[in-house]
Design a protein around this ligand. Structure first.
Ligand SMILES: Nc1ncnc2c1ncn2[C@@H]1O[C@H](COP(=O)(O)OP(=O)(O)OP(=O)(O)O)[C@@H](O)[C@H]1O
Length: 987
C-alpha cells in the first residue's frame, strides 16, 4: 500500500528521454556528468496532484539500442552460486550435505553415500554457506548494479529452487545497491540525479503493479523502439534512500507469498523492482548530455517439484512458476548457443518478455543462483547448476545511454548566445578569445605572405637580370635595328636557353622536371617583367607592324603595276584583275591608316594595351585583304592557264577564241622586277626597297619588245603607271615562242606574287600572335600576386599530369567555343597537344590567353577573335561571322577532300538527312559544337584536319608554331606555324 504523501508518477512523461541524443557521441562515459531537470520534477508533481492519467507508455523500457552510441560492451552474464546453510527443516530431517565449495569458483558434488568424488562445477564466483550477503553483493552484483549510474542498464536476479534463499539474497542485494547508489550520489555533488522507482510482480502469468495493485492486470505492449513496455505501470520519483526502502517494503508487503511444504513464506510470483537513474551535469555546467539507465532487481519464484500435498492455488501457482522458469531456461540455453541459437522464445512468458534486454541485450546482467546444500535437493540443485552453466555462456551487449534534455539544451544555447552577444558588444576586442585567435592567424598569414613576396621579388630580379643579359647578347649578335620577327618579344615570352643547364635534349626520366623548370622560368618572366620593358616591347611590335604595312604597300604597288599590265586578258581575267586592283587600293588605305598611328611615349600599360588593341582592326583587315588578294591571284592563274593554253604551246580549239592574253614589252621589265622582288620566305624590307627602285628604273637590257625585234625601252614608256600598255603585233616567226615565254614568265610572276602575299600574311599573323602573348604578359604582370598563387597551386597540384592535362584541355575546348575561335586553330592545337609532359607550357599559355580573351570579350561585350582564332578585333558578331565564313570555306572542301563514300558515312554518322540541302555545310556546321563531349571534339578535329589537309601537309606540325620555343636558340627552327596554316588554307 502506498503511504500518504507518496509521489506516484506515470511513466509517459519520460518518453522524451529516449530521444537518441547519443548523436552527440561519447568517447568515455566517465567524462560525463549528471543533471537533474527541476522543471520536469515540477511537472511530475503536478501530474500527481492533478491525478492525470497519462496515456499509452507507462514505463520506459531499456532502450533496445543506443543509436550513435560509441561503445557496445560485449560481456558475458556474471554467474555466481550461493549455497545457503542447511535450513532448520533440513536439519530436522537429518539431511546430509552433498555439495562442497572447493574454492571461490568451484563447487563439487559429494555424495555422502558414495566415496567417489563428484562432478566439478566452475562459475564466476561461488559463495559457500558462511558467506554473507554483503560479500555476495560486493563480489557478485555491485559492479553490475552501479553500472546504472554510468548510463548502462543492469539487471541482477536470483534463480534457484524454492526455499534456496533467493528472496533472502535479493533483499540484501537491493539494500546494498540502494546504499551504494546514494553513497555515490553523495560523493558526486556536482551532479544531479533523478531516481525513479517502479515494481511489478508476475503472478500466475499476470503482471501486477506492486505500487498500485488496484490497477489490476497490466498489459505488455510492444514498442518498436523500446521493446516491451508495461502499460500503466506506476513510477515513483524517489526522494531519498529512506523513501526508496519504504517503497521496497511496500512492494514486499504487496507481493504474493504463500506457505509451501518447503518454505513458510514462499514467494509465489516473480518480482521485478526497477530503479531508473537519470544523471547529468548541474545547471551551470557546459555539458548538456545526460545519462539514462535502469537497474532491475529480480527475485524469481522458485522452481519446485509438484508436491503431492499441494493442491488448488499452490498447484496452479507452481505450474505457472515452473512454466515461466522453463521458458527462462530455454531462453538462456538458446542464448548460450550464441549465433547457432536461432529463434529465442522470449515471448513464451511474460517474465522473459519483460527481461528480454537483460538476457542477451542492452544490459549488464548478474545472476545469483541459490541452492540448498542438502542431499535431498540434489536433483533440483543440479538443475540450478545446469541453468547456471548455460547462463554463464550468454553474452550481453550493453551500451551507454545518453540524451540531451531539451530545456537544458535551450538554456545552454541561450547562455552561449548571451555570451557571444556580450563579446560582440564589448569595446575591448582583445577580450574575445575568438577574435584574438583570428588576429593571431591573420598576423601569421601576413608574415608568411611578406616572406613569399620577398622571395618573389628576389626571383623577379634574377629573371630580369637574365633577360637583360640575354638582350645584350642578342643585340650583339643580330644588331639592334634588324628587322623580322621580334626575337626580343619571343625571348621575353619563351624559355631562355641559359636557364637550362647542359643539353637541351633532356632524357625521358628528367624531362618532366625540366619542363617544370621551364615553366617556372616562363612564369617568372611573365610575372616579373618590368612594365617599362613591356612598353618597349609594345613599341617594337608597333614598329614592326608599321614596317610590315609599308612593305606590303610597296610590294602591292608592284603587284598593282604588274596586274595592270595584264589587263588585256580575257573577260574573266579582266574581272579578276579589276577586283584585285580594288582590293589592293583598299589594302593601301588600311595600311595608310597604320602609318598615321602616332607613337605615344607616355602613358601606362593599360593605355598602351588599349592603343595596341585599337590597331587590331587594321591588322585584321590587312590580313583579310591579303587573303582576298591571294584568292584573286589563284583565279588569275587559272585564267592564264585557260587563256594561254597548255605549256607546250599548243592551244586547244576552245581556247582559240580566248587566246588574246599577251604581254607587252613592259611585262619583261616588271616580270623581272617581280621575279627579283622580295617574294621569297627570306625576303626583307631592304630587298623590297631595292626592288622598288628597280621597278621605277627597270633594267631595260632584260626587256624584249615583240614586233620591234629588240630588247629594251625607255623607262618612261614601259612604266605600268603610265596607262594601259598597247599590245604589239607579234612576229609571225617568233610569236608562239615569245608567247610561251611570256606565259611562263607571267605564271612565274603570279606565283612569286602569291608566295609574297602568303609571306606577308604569315608575318601579319605572327605579329598578331606575338601581340596576344604580349597582352597576356601585361595582364600577367597586373595580376602578379594572383597568378603567382595560382601557378603555385598548379605546381603543387597533387594531381598527376594526365589529369591536369585533361582538365586543361577541357577548359581550352570550352573557351574556344565561348570565344568563337577558328576551327582550324582548334583542330591544329587539339591534334598537336596530346598530353606529352612538354605540352604543359603550351597548354597553360593557351589557357591563359583564352581566359584573358574570354574575360576581355565579356568586359567589352563586343570583341572577337579573328578568323584565325585569337585576336579580339571587332565585335562578337563579327567573330561569329568569321567562323561562319570559315565553316563555308570548309564545306566547300568536303567534296574535294573526302571521297563520296567517306562523305556518305559522315552524313549518316552526323545525322545529315539524305537529300537535304547543303549537306556539306550541314556537316561542317555540326563540327566543334559540343565542347562538353570530348569524343565529339576528337571527331570534329579529325574531320577538319582532313578537310584542310593537315595530314597531307608533309611538314611535321611543330609546337613552335605557337611561338613558344623551349629549345636553345641554336636548335630553334624558323617560325613556320602560320606558313603552315596559310599553305593548308590557301595554297
Ligand atoms: N544464506 C542464508 N543464510 C541463512 N538463512 C538463509 C539463507 N538463505 C536463505 N535462508 C533462509 O532460508 C529460508 C528460505 O529462504 P527464501 O525465502 O529466501 O527462499 P526462496 O528461494 O526465496 O524461496 P521461494 O522460492 O519459495 O520464495 C528463509 O527462512 C531464509 O531466511
Amino acid at each position: 500500500m502506498l503511504n500518504f504523501g507518496d509521489v506516484v508518477l506515470r511513466s509517459s512523461e519520460v518518453a522524451f528521454l529516449c530521444k537518441p541524443a547519443q548523436v552527440l557521441g561519447i568517447s568515455d562515459f566517465e567524462s560525463f556528468r549528471f543533471v537533474l531537470d527541476p522543471d520536469r520534477q515540477d511537472k511530475r508533481a503536478k501530474m500527481v496532484v492533478d491525478g492525470a492519467v497519462t496515456p499509452s507508455c507507462k514505463i520506459q523500457r531499456t532502450p533496445s539500442s543506443t543509436p550513435g552510441g560509441p561503445k557496445v560492451r560485449e560481456e558475458k552474464i556474471l554467474v555466481t552460486i550461493r549455497m545457503r546453510p542447511l535450513s532448520r527443516r533440513e536439519q530436522a530431517m537429518y539431511d546430509l550435505i552433498a555439495w562442497e565449495c572447493a574454492d571461490d569458483n568451484t563447487i563439487i558434488y559429494n555424495n555422502p553415500n558414495n566415496d567417489r568424488s563428484g562432478a566439478l562445477y566452475v562459475y564466476d564466483r561461488v559463495f559457500d554457506q558462511s558467506c554473507s550477503t554483503q560479500r555476495v553483493y560486493e563480489e557478485g552484483a555491485k559492479d553490475v548494479a552501479l553500472s546504472a549510474l554510468k548510463g548502462i542498464n543492469s539487471t541482477i536476479f536470483a534463480y534457484g529452487q524454492t526455499s534456496s534463499g533467493k528472496t533472502y539474497t535479493m533483499r540484501g542485494i537491493t539494500q546494498n545497491a540502494i546504499n551504494d547508489i546514494y553513497e555515490h550520489i553523495k560523493e558526486n555533488s556536482e551532479r544531479e540525479f533523478v531516481i525513479k522507482f517502479s515494481a511489478l510482480e508476475i503472478y500466475n502469468e499476470t503482471v501486477v503493479d506492486l505500487l498500485s495493485q488496484e490497477s489490476g492486470s497490466l498489459r505488455l505492449l510492444d514498442d518498436p523502439e523500446k521493446g516491451t513496455i508495461v502499460e500503466k505501470l506506476s513510477e515513483v520519483l524517489i526522494q531519498d534512500s529512506l523513501h526508496l526502502q519504504q517503497l521496497i517494503r511496500v512492494c514486499e508487503a504487496q507481493r504474493q507469498v504463500g506457505e509451501t511444504s518447503l518454505n513458510d513464506k514462499s514467494s509465489r510470483s516473480h518480482q521485478i523492482i526497477r530503479l531508473t537513474v537519470e544523471s547529468s551535469f548541474k545547471e551551470n555546467s557546459e555539458c548538456v548530455k545526460s545519462l539514462f539507465a535502469s537497474l532491475n532487481l529480480v527475485d524469481l519464484a522458485g522452481s519446485e517439484r509438484a508436491q503431492t500435498n499441494a493442491g488448488g492455488v499452490r498447484l496452479k501457482e507452481g505450474s505457472h512458476i515452473n512454466r515461466s522458469l522453463l521458458t527462462l531456461t530455454n531462453v538462456i540455453r538458446k542464448l548460450s548457443l550464441g549465433k547457432r541459437s536461432g529463434h529465442i522464445p522470449y515471448r513464451d512468458s511474460k517474465l522473459t518478455r519483460i527481461l528480454q534486454h537483460s538476457l542477451g541485450g542492452n544490459a549488464r546482467t548478474a545472476i545469483i543462483c541459490t541452492m540448498s546444500p542438502a542431499l535431498s535437493h540434489v536433483e533440483q540443485s543440479k538443475n540450478t547448476l545446469s541453468f547456471a552453466n548455460s547462463a554463464k555462456e550468454v553474452t550481453n551487449t550493453a551500451q551507454v545511454n545518453m540524451f540531451v534534455a531539451e530545456r537544458k539544451l535551450m538554456k545552454h544555447l541561450q547562455k552561449e548566445v548571451a555570451r557571444l552577444e556580450a563579446e560582440l558588444r564589448s569595446p575591448d576586442l582583445s577580450s574575445s578569445s575568438c577574435l584574438k585567435t583570428l588576429l593571431r592567424e591573420k598576423d601569421l598569414k601576413i608574415v608568411e605572405m611578406e616572406r613569399k613576396m620577398t622571395e618573389l621579388k628576389r626571383q623577379r630580379d634574377i629573371a630580369q637580370l637574365q633577360l637583360e643579359e640575354e638582350r645584350k647578347q642578342n643585340k650583339e649578335r643580330k644588331g639592334i635595328n634588324q628587322s623580322g620577327p621580334s626575337t626580343q618579344v619571343v625571348r621575353c615570352l619563351s624559355y631562355s636557353a641559359e636557364t637550362e643547364t647542359g643539353s637541351s635534349r633532356s632524357t625521358p626520366c628528367t624531362r618532366p622536371r625540366k619542363t617544370s623548370a621551364k615553366h617556372n622560368v616562363l612564369r617568372q618572366s611573365m610575372t616579373s617583367t618590368d612594365p617599362s620593358m613591356l612598353v618597349q616591347e609594345i613599341r617594337k611590335i608597333e614598329e614592326r607592324q608599321k614596317q610590315l604595312g609599308e612593305e606590303a604597300n610597296r610590294a602591292l604597288e608592284i603587284l598593282h603595276k604588274e596586274i595592270a599590265s595584264h589587263k588585256l586578258g580575257s573577260q574573266e581575267a579582266a574581272e579578276n584583275i579589276a577586283k584585285l586592283l580594288s582590293e589592293i587600293k583598299e589594302l593601301q588605305a588600311v595600311t595608310s591608316i597604320q602609318e598615321n598611328i602616332a607613337v605615344v611615349h607616355k602613358g601606362d600599360l593599360q593605355k598602351e594595351l588599349s592603343r595596341l588593341n585599337a590597331q587590331e582592326n587594321g591588322i585584321s583587315s590587312l590580313e583579310e585583304k591579303l587573303e582576298h588578294v591571294q584568292e584573286s591571284i589563284d583565279k588569275l592563274i587559272l585564267s592564264f592557264q585557260t587563256n594561254v593554253g597548255s605549256p607546250s604551246g599548243k592551244t586547244s580549239p576552245n581556247s582559240k577564241k580566248k587566246k588574246t592574253l599577251l604581254f607587252n614589252a613592259s611585262n619583261g621589265t616588271n616580270m623581272q622586277s617581280i621575279i627579283r622582288s622580295p617574294c621569297s620566305a627570306l625576303s626583307s624590307s631592304r630587298k623590297a626597297r631595292e626592288d622598288e627602285i628597280e621597278n621605277i628604273a627597270p633594267n631595260n637590257s632584260n626587256a624584249y619588245i615583240p614586233g620591234e625585234g629588240k630588247f629594251g625601252q625607255s623607262s618612261g614608256r614601259i612604266s605600268s603607271r603610265e596607262g594601259t600598255p598597247t599590245p604589239r603585233k607579234s612576229s609571225s616567226v617568233n610569236v608562239k615562242k615569245i608567247q610561251r615565254m611570256f606565259k611562263n614568265a607571267a605564271e612565274e610572276n603570279i606565283r612569286s606574287i602569291k608566295a609574297y602575299v602568303t609571306e606577308l600574311k604569315e608575318r601579319v599573323a605572327k605579329l598578331q600572335y606575338q601581340k596576344q602573348l604580349l597582352v597576356c604578359q601585361v595582364l600577367e604582370l597586373e595580376r602578379n600576386d594572383l597568378s603567382t598563387v595560382g601557378s603555385d597551386i598548379i605546381e603543387q597540384s597533387p594531381q598527376p599530369w594526365p589529369l591536369v592535362f585533361e582538365d586543361q584541355r577541357k577548359q581550352i575546348v570550352m573557351l574556344w567555343h565561348l570565344c568563337h575561335v577558328s576551327l582550324v586553330h582548334r583542330t591544329q592545337f587539339f591534334l598537336l597537344f596530346q598530353g606529352d609532359p612538354s605540352d604543359l607550357i603550351y597548354m597553360e599559355v593557351e589557357l591563359r590567353r583564352l581566359t584573358w580573351l574570354e574575360q576581355h570579350l565579356a568586359e567589352l561585350g563586343n570583341a572577337s577573335p579573328a578568323l584565325l582564332g585569337d585576336e579580339p578585333a571587332g565585335s562578337v558578331s563579327s567573330s561569329i561571322r568569321a567562323l561562319k565564313q570559315e565553316r563555308e570555306y570548309l564545306a566547300k572542301r568536303v567534296s574535294t577532300k573526302l571521297t563520296t563514300e567517306e562523305r556518305e558515312l559522315l552524313y549518316i554518322k552526323w545525322d545529315i538527312p539524305p537529300g537535304g540541302k547543303q549537306r556539306r555545310l550541314q556537316l561542317v556546321n555540326r563540327l566543334w559544337t559540343d565542347p562538353y563531349n570530348m569524343q565529339h571534339v576528337q571527331e570534329s578535329a579529325d574531320i577538319v584536319a582532313k578537310l584542310v589537309g593537315f595530314c597531307e601537309s608533309g611538314e611535321g606540325v611543330s609546337k613552335e608554331m605557337f611561338q613558344l620555343s623551349f629549345v636553345s636558340p641554336n636548335d630553334k627552327k624558323t617560325w613556320m606555324g602560320w606558313n603552315l596554316i596559310s599553305n593548308i588554307l590557301h595554297l
